[in-house]
Design a protein around this ligand. Structure first.
Ligand code: ADP
Ligand code: MG
Length: 251
């Protein structure tokens, strides 16, 4: 089906000529693409190429200068009511887990559903326990973040994002801050999510994961999408020498 014929439900996030500069430095240069429902996109590219800025623009953590981003057909703007709804639909997981250090794991996961969704403590806790079970941390619910390993903390961060029942999950280098032996447990949780049909946009340097889990790999180069293709094609027959060199460095 042509992209143009897709409904907002199918073409869940659409970026159209998105530009963003910091001072005189243009970081996103007319980025146009769409992220389909149920699709797993892995974004790769050199440090500073604009990957995080695109994810942050989708979530309005960083307003873009021109062009449009739509989520389910609704433009991302500063309208507070719309933004709150969109942030419920879009879960985000960061490199630094950003857990609330003074709260238990259970409270980290159940807080937003109580505050924003209005769930009772019992409802929110029951749902949080299901999610913690899903990420293998049901026995750690009453611990504090500092009592957990980095891999466990990142799994809590994923459970916390899922607690809002998002339609899409954004991951910005979720394993880059982890000790090597903890990378796999986080990738395993992400693979499960992908297998369950979650729409995901993942910035990562984990090439093996990209090959295995991505429906599409996107290569950012100096603020532009320089190539996008299914992983077999992307890795098997790189579109140009810069991509070939990048893959070589990462593998
Ligand atoms: P990537 O995630 O691909 O490494 P980023 O999107 O984080 O790249 O950053 C792209 C460029 O924008 C970098 O040169 C970075 O230094 C710059 N940049 C990002 N955020 C800011 C900011 N808040 N203020 C100024 N420059 C920024
Ligand atoms: Mg980044």
């Amino acid at each position: 089906m042509s992209e143009l014929n897709k409904t907002p439900e199918q073409c869940y996030i659409v970026a159209d000529r998105v530009c963003k500069s910091f001072g005189t430095h243009q970081v996103l240069k007319e980025v146009s693409t769409s992220f389909n429902t149920g699709e797993v996109t892995v974004i790769i590219g050199a440090s500073g190429s604009g990957k995080s800025t695109l994810l942050r623009a989708i979530n309005r953590l960083e307003p873009h200068d021109s062009g449009t981003i739509t989520i389910g057909g609704v433009p991302v703007t500063d309208n507070e009511a719309t933004l709150q709804k969109q942030r419920c639909e879009v879960g985000m997981v960061f490199q630094q887990f950003n857990l609330f250090g003074n709260m238990t794991v259970l409270d980290n996961v159940s807080l937003a559903p109580r505050r924003i969704r209005g769930l009772s403590r019992e409802q929110a806790n029951a749902r949080a326990m299901l999610l913690l079970t899903r990420v293998g941390l049901q026995d750690h619910a009453h611990k504090y973040p500092w009592q957990l390993s980095g891999g466990q903390q990142q799994r809590v961060a994923i459970a916390r994002a899922l607690a809002m029942e998002p339609k899409v999950m954004l991951f910005d280098e979720p394993t880059s801050a982890l000790d090597p032996e903890m990378v796999q447990e986080v990738l395993d949780v992400m693979r499960e999510l992908a297998n369950g049909g979650m729409t995901m946009i993942i910035v990562t340097h984990e090439m093996g994961f990209a090959r295995e889990v991505a429906d599409r790999v996107m290569f950012f180069d100096q603020g532009r999408i320089a190539a996008e293709a299914p992983p077999a094609e992307f890795f098997g027959n790189p579109a140009n020498e810069r991509i070939r060199a990048f893959i070589g460095r990462m593998s």
